[in-house]
Design a protein around this ligand. Structure first.
Ligand SMILES: [Zn+2]
Length: 229
């Protein structure tokens, strides 16, 4: 079995989507402090942190996308949504702040020489994380799925999808057609994935189980690609 980590590091000062609360992390208990609790050599240390539920690598809960009172929060969503056969396609040729079109997606599928099957999890390699890790352009210089490409995702009956950028929508968009598609279709998505260059144009089993945060609107996730499971 080979595992590729598709998650970004979580750390103080990491970039988060504009307006989200920042990530903070600090030393909470040290070996020195805890040693006195034990009569043996044992001691431990821990860290504390705060972060936005949509801050790091995460999956959007239905309640994030949908204002209706019965939209599921992350702890209420079926775990079956977050694990399954997956294909990663290459849209890294699409210029920043433009719409990814159905033609781009068809060409990417052609390059992968594999069709996404109904029920697959589809990952889109935009190259944004690879280009701009720790660079503020990460938050603004990437393409996003336009209205027609969002319908392409829906019509291919993908189970979930994900991107290596802060949002699957075009950052220049004021209407967010891709998030609206996720809202109406129940096809949710991952944001802030990493290392998609290592899995692009291949099939694998995607695992992206979100933290079970009660009532939260997104789930920070350790996402991974598993080969030869
Ligand atoms: Zn989202």
């Amino acid at each position: 079995m080979r595992i590729v980590d598709l998650s970004q590091d979580i750390y103080q000062g990491m970039l988060v989507y504009p307006g989200h609360s920042k990530t903070a992390m600090w030393d909470h208990a040290s070996h020195e402090e805890t040693a006195e609790r034990f009569e043996s050599d044992f001691s431990f240390q821990t860290k504390a942190f705060t972060m936005n539920d949509n801050g790091p690598t995460h999956v959007d809960a239905y309640s994030h996308l949908d204002p209706s009172a019965d939209a599921a929060t992350i702890d209420e969503m079926d775990l079956g949504l977050f694990v399954g056969p997956s294909l990663c396609i290459d849209v890294s040729d699409v210029p920043p702040r433009t719409d990814i079109t159905p033609e781009h997606l068809d060409a990417a599928v052609e390059r992968a020489q594999q069709e996404p099957a109904p029920g697959d999890i589809l990952l889109l390699y935009t190259g944004t994380w690879n280009k701009y890790v720790d660079d503020r352009r990460y938050l603004s210089d990437f393409p996003g799925l336009g209205h027609e490409a969002s319908e392409w995702i829906e019509s291919h009956r993908i189970k979930a999808f994900g991107v290596d950028s802060p949002t699957p929508d075009n950052p220049a968009s004021k209407t967010y057609p891709c998030h609206l598609m996720s809202r109406r279709s129940g096809i949710t998505h991952y944001e802030n994935l990493a290392h998609l260059d290592e899995v692009v144009n291949t099939r694998f089993v995607f695992v992206g189980l979100p933290l079970k945060l009660r009532g939260a609107h997104g789930g920070p996730t350790r996402a991974a690609a598993i080969y030869d499971l």
